[in-house]
Write a protein that binds this ligand. Sequence first.
Ligand code: ADP
Ligand code: MG
Length: 594
Amino acid sequence: MPPTFAELELDADGLRAVEALGFETPTPIQAQTIPLLLAGRDVLAQAQTGTGKTAAFALPIAQRVETARRKVQALVLAPTRELAIQVSRAMQDLGRTRGLAVLPVYGGQGYDQQLRGLRAGVHVVVGTPGRVMDHIRRGTLDLSTVNTVVLDEADEMLDMGFVEDIEFILGKVPEERQIALFSATIPKRIDALAQRYQRKPARISIAREAATAPQTRQMYVETHHREKVRALTRILDLESPSSAIIFCRTKREVDELSGTLQGRGYTAAAIHGDITQVQRERLLLAFRDGRVALLIATEVAARGLDIPDVTHVFNYDIPGSADAYIHRIGRTGRMGRKGDAITFVAPSETRKLRFIERQIRQSLMKMPVPTTADIAARREEMFRSSLVTAIESGAASRYTSLVGTLAKDHDPLQVAAAAIYLANGGPGGRHEEPAAEEGPPPRRGSASEGEVARLHLDAGRAQGVSPSDIVAAFTSEAEVSGREIGAIDIYGDFTLVEVAPVVGTLLLARATLPLRSGRDVQITAAEPKRPPGATAPGRPSGPRKGHKGAIGGRASHGHKPRRPTTSGSRPPGAHKRRKPARGAARPAGVGKRG
Ligand code: ADP
Ligand code: MG
């Protein structure tokens, strides 16, 4: 087992800082260098990008600085302005618990702001070599109180021709100082620099991990952060993984995501450092037995566990390094079995993706976010193949005589269609639109029975609900596309909304939705439409005039409003406090509670 942060001799402030950032366990480079740096040793450390080198030097610096003395006590040099800013932010985060003052100093920014910062007195300066040198020459940066210097991304700084600047700067710090070099690679020139300036440096090198499994299909999905949940649930609905691990970076993200997924009806279990060993074992057992299909975990929590081979690995956050990536996706595609590894990449993270691709010498296939039509098509395909299996295996033959009898009076095609209709839940069941072959999806709201799902919302005109409230809530809160919303009929104290079946399922799984007014509406399945002529149970007060919303360029048609009830045998009114009807109206996707 890797050591804990506490075992690295971090003090209470440091532990609180890592806790606040959601770091669970030190990365290998952190585990190895933090104790050395805290002890004042010089360090020459090599580890790939994304392995947490910043915190490796930031935490010891924060702990060793005397915050009561407002003098520059540590200097961090970074190759670029972006990196200087990034490192400075990270150090601020890690030093917040003790009031560490960090100032980034880089070219391209006016001197004024930097001068003000320097005059005010800071504990740490993070800068690019050129600008730091400028400040020293101008007499605006005094390094006589510095006792720690870090060269971050040292190889890059040398590549960029900063060696003379660095030597100039090192010449201005006191003889008694600690120097740490952090680098993704250690070329000869870094060795030379180390020999000249460091004292008996401890050499730390974190090995890169083995290559990835060839049987694993590696894909990535490009999605903005705010659309991640939707992209994930669509993929889960499309792929119906029987066992999947979803990796998140921090335990907070693990908790958030598992809460969200559970709220949407998926059986998900969260595993991270705050979950006790006993609980973990129990969750794992459920996962192995298939009672839980989705395991949401931080990488480190998953590391110590004996997790069986899974069909899918999701990187809900792009891993920081190729090693981490390889480690994570190694959970699938073992022993010649097939597996899918799907990595979520925000548009701003494409560089990280390219970096990983270079390291693993393989490119990831881009996977589009599935559409609702894709999901419907896939379900139909699965249903079709289970029908074929039933026919070919002969398992259905016991019903042939019944079909034979029915076929005397009815078209066999219609007999089969009726059987499928009933198998899909009959009235109120899940009857998806056939997937469009080409061109636009079939028009919703043409509303022959079964093509749309109808939802009952327990607020209406009396509560001031307007069609735009509904559209706003559906689109912004539930991330439904406006095109997936059909007729909105607002009555006295309830509202009926027609939506695409998949959307219906999604909203039913949520059960409630906040409106703009702040009011939460309960969403339940509305009674399916009756064929014209069938008598509806009358509303006691009689239907008031419905407010017809015309969404998606069509007006609603004249069905008679009626008191909606949930499908099934629940007594009227019981739908108010119901758990979402997990029955026929749910997709068959594995991983959903059912
Ligand atoms: P490097 O400098 O090695 O490229 P960074 O220091 O930039 O890596 O860290 C990469 C990412 O990993 C950052 O987002 C950082 O917040 C995160 N990180 C660092 N240490 C940990 C940890 N112990 N646990 C979880 N995440 C961490
Ligand atoms: Mg770095």
